[in-house]
Design a protein around this ligand. Sequence first.
Ligand code: GLA
Length: 397
Amino acid sequence: MTEVQRLEQMQTGFALRYGSLPELWVRAPGRVDLMGSHTDYNEGYVLTLPIDRDTWIAARPRADGWVAIESLNLGGGCEFDLQAVQKDARAPWTNYVRGVAAVLRQEGYPLTGFDGLVHSTIPLSSGLSSSAALEAATLQVFQALGGWRIEPVQQARLCQRAENEFVGVNCGILDQYTSILGQPGCALLLDCRDLTSRGVEVPAEISIVICDTRAKRQLAGTEYAERRAQCEAGARQLAGYSPHVRTLRDITVEELAANEDRLPPSVARRCRFIVEENRRVLDMAAALPAADRRQIAGLTARSYAGARDLYEINSREMSWMMTAMLGAPGVIGARQAGAGFGGCMLAFVDSAQTGPFRRHVEGAYAAAGGLTPGVYVVQPAPGAGLASPLAAYAISR
Ligand code: GLA
């Protein structure tokens, strides 16, 4: 779908539902982590890419302090009163919108109600942060209509709070940070302790290709919470031996090796993965802009092996996809993405060979398990904000 088609579809949808054209357009991107699985809640590093798959909201203010929100992707929109924001089990996706409203209200920001229509090109529930993009886009609407501005890192924290406290998912800050602080044209090396980041170039000769297993993420919620608890337990115990340790971020591979035997075996495996993965992020932030293919191949292979054997977030479909990706023409390296347990994976591919790569992966993955994968190249995209000049033009017509 072109941007013009998307715009027209949303305008038509908006007019049908609300009887007029929208007055405001915002967008927020999804993300894929190029290196650094589960390091964010351990205050570690992530090399993360805001992608050109995004969520748009078209909106028009209303004077009665209510929000109406519907989606072109999902049914079950709703209306809610900003004075009394409640969770809604019947339309769970609206809780990301409600959660942001609730948190902003708690923080004392004056909120204007609106009629809104959502459209997303981020595959839902596949590990590319469609929920964080909806939170980030919602915050942009309230901000633009309210005429106030929140500093971007604080925006990310508030969206994370909406997800932790209102929706009830104890995620780290990776997704919200990437969606809000993305810079055009590059990946971000994010330090999840002090919440600073710097741009990292993705060289033109290397393409980032998402390979969606289309396998529903099993147990992602409960297993995620368990991994997080194991990391925290490991850090507490290790702090008993080395007082400088606050989180797994503070431990080197050598320090861990000295005390690993004292940890319960499953906790030791989780800790080892995180400590090694953290190191790999910094190495990847150097290897990628240098287009160091050997290094990228090694780092991605070790990240995947660790995710499978130490962090245990792999699945049957992810193994099939890994085989398909590694057998494809032009592949440089491949690994898991997001929380794991199914969903999307990614490959670093020679830009001249993305067509043959895609065709091979589609055929090989479908032959392995009968599922049709989603395979597409993504480009770096800017962080959340007002939508494209095209959208602005459409409103003024
Ligand atoms: C999910 C969470 C993030 C992060 C990743 C794993 O996407 O929302 O905070 O923990 O998993 O790296």
